[in-house]
Design a protein around this ligand. Sequence first.
Ligand code: C5P
Length: 228
Amino acid sequence: SRHYAIVPAAGTGSRMGAAQPKQYLPLLGRPLIHHALSVLCAAPEIDAVFVVLSVDDREWARHDWSGLGPKLKPLFCGGATRADSVLGGLRAIAHEAEQSDWVLVHDAARPCLAPWHVDKLTRELAHDEVGGLLAVPVADTLKRADHHRHVVETVARDSLWQAQTPQMFRYVMLRRALEGARNVTDEASAIEAAGLRPRLVQGDATNLKVTYPLDLHLAEWILQNREG
Ligand code: C5P
């Protein structure tokens, strides 16, 4: 079966407080999204990389993506939420995807994706019934608070993981799951809502999501200090 990457990049990135959507913020001389796209396009196990852009995206055409090769395909079919954007991408590739093909969904906002992340995820899930996602064990002790910020509970962290991306599921399973659960913040929750159990593949903290301005500095440091 084939492997398709879908990269939702139709968000506005309002939490960054920047004028530009965060996928286009400059990071080491390239648009932020260019870094992950370049790793996905270079991954031998991935057959095509679809970037889901907003219908009125004006920024994509201003940059040069030719270095990423023929696997890269922009789709201008983003939706109101991340899940809608992913679903739009899945519908757009319906003519070429087989039911059992794998889809790897990766956040445009995670620029420090490394080749070994993709490699480990695809290898560990190759024979899995459901699929799964990269994740890291939670290091901090977690508190649940009430509206006055009084702690009401300490959550045992030993079985808690932080979900990352890519998240890898079979085309038909993912599409059905997302069609049934539109208010999810990742693909795995839609799969869980459908009664299935995604598997966690341990990644590492370098695959961070750029949400706040500090994250951009961390991402820059990680990319600059990476071997090879
Ligand atoms: O908002 P958040 O940082 O969680 O966004 C995660 C990813 O989903 C980003 O890559 C963003 O561009 C994408 N997204 C999207 N369509 C939306 C909202 C977010 O593709 N409507």
